[in-house]
Design a protein around this ligand. Structure first.
Ligand SMILES: [Zn+2]
Length: 344
């Protein structure tokens, strides 16, 4: 089959690789109908050290089950499924707590250990716990939004949950990438009254407004902090969704939370330490978050996607076949595309 391999920073190639096989009896194989490039794929795209073997990329997909191992009970051949970015057994203590990204037998797709989904097919470990089957009736027009349940919509929702977004609250979203935009959807869906998007790209800001953002702050650093304070009676917001992962974004996030507020961080951190220790301490700001257990959130978010109440699929502004994937990475890295969908 054909798959996307990354060999180092800026070096993405489409190559023929052996077809995935059932290895463990709990595995399934899916034929990928849609996958995508993630903002977090851009970190290795910018920094990955050279590798002779390459790494099959991609951790978000929807597809059709082609084969199941002997011990797979719940998932069946022919099922149309969502593949969350982490695999999980669905039975351990953390899975029971709804934190599948900490599953004691789990792991992540698109890593050196487990091949990713920017490919024609992918092997799914622990298929019964990992995959979320959807009825076959899903409309083609809904596919982009269903695909976001594999990561970005669930991740934006996680940031909102950790930041304690609730009806009537004020919310700020740091970052106007696909996750930040989905964070706006999540904040609106959870009843936030004021939603401030921090970003500066015209196309993304327009989408954020469509999704429910009430204010836009395009300054950075201290200027952004001042603007958010102005917009919130001088106090800052109840909830901040940090969807970038860089030091300045985290500093801003903590500085715009009002005393007693909360920051939900889902941007993959690019630093070893959390900045903003002093303002977080003196303002009693709760800082939490991490890899979103999107598997836990599909059940809650799916009905709103199927009924058209939310349209997170609008974050995709470019669609490519596998041959177009290297160009898709480039376009996202150069901020020419918000998020690229792949139809293998
Ligand atoms: Zn588990």
């Amino acid at each position: 089959m054909r798959a996307t391999l990354m060999y180092g920073a800026g070096d993405v190639r489409i190559e023929n690789v052996p077809d995935p096989q059932i290895i463990e009896p709990t595995d399934a194989l899916i034929r990928v109908t849609r996958a995508c490039v993630c903002g977090s794929d851009l970190w290795p795209y910018q920094k990955m050290e050279r590798s002779d073997t390459g790494r099959v990329m991609g951790h978000e997909a929807i597809g059709v089950v082609e084969e199941v191992g002997a011990d797979v009970r719940r998932i069946k051949r022919g099922d149309f499924v969502i593949m969350p970015f982490a695999f999980s057994d669905g039975t351990c203590v953390f899975c029971h707590d709804g934190l599948q990204t900490s599953c004691v037998h789990g792991g992540f797709f698109g890593t050196p250990e487990v091949a990713g989904a920017q490919a024609e097919a992918v092997r799914i470990p622990l298929a019964d716990g990992t995959l979320f089957p959807i009825g076959a009736h899903a409309d083609d027009a809904l596919m982009p939004s269903l695909l976001t349940l594999a990561d970005v919509m669930g991740t934006g929702h996680h940031a909102a949950v950790i930041a304690r977004v609730a009806p009537g609250k004020s919310v700020a979203v740091v970052g106007d990438g696909a996750v930040g935009l989905c964070g706006v959807i999540a904040a609106k869906r959870l009843g936030a009254e004021q939603i401030i998007i921090l970003g500066r790209h015209a196309d993304r800001i327009a989408l954020a407004k469509d999704f429910g953002a009430t204010n836009v702050v395009s300054e950075r650093g201290d200027g952004a902090v001042d603007r958010v304070r102005e917009l919130t009676g001088g106090y800052g917001v109840h909830s901040v969704l940090e969807c970038v992962g860089l030091e300045q974004a985290m500093n801003t996030a903590i500085s715009i939370a009002r005393p007693g507020g909360a920051v939900g961080r889902v941007g993959v951190p690019q630093e070893q330490t959390i900045p903003g220790s002093e303002p977080a301490f003196y303002n009693n700001v709760t800082v939490g978050g991490g890899p979103a257990p999107v598997r836990a959130y599909i059940e809650e978010l799916l009905p709103d996607v199927l009924e058209g109440n939310i349209g997170p699929g609008r974050v995709f502004d470019r669609t490519v076949g596998l041959d177009g994937v290297p160009g898709g990475y480039r376009a996202m890295n150069d901020r020419e595309a918000i998020k690229v969908m792949v139809t293998p």
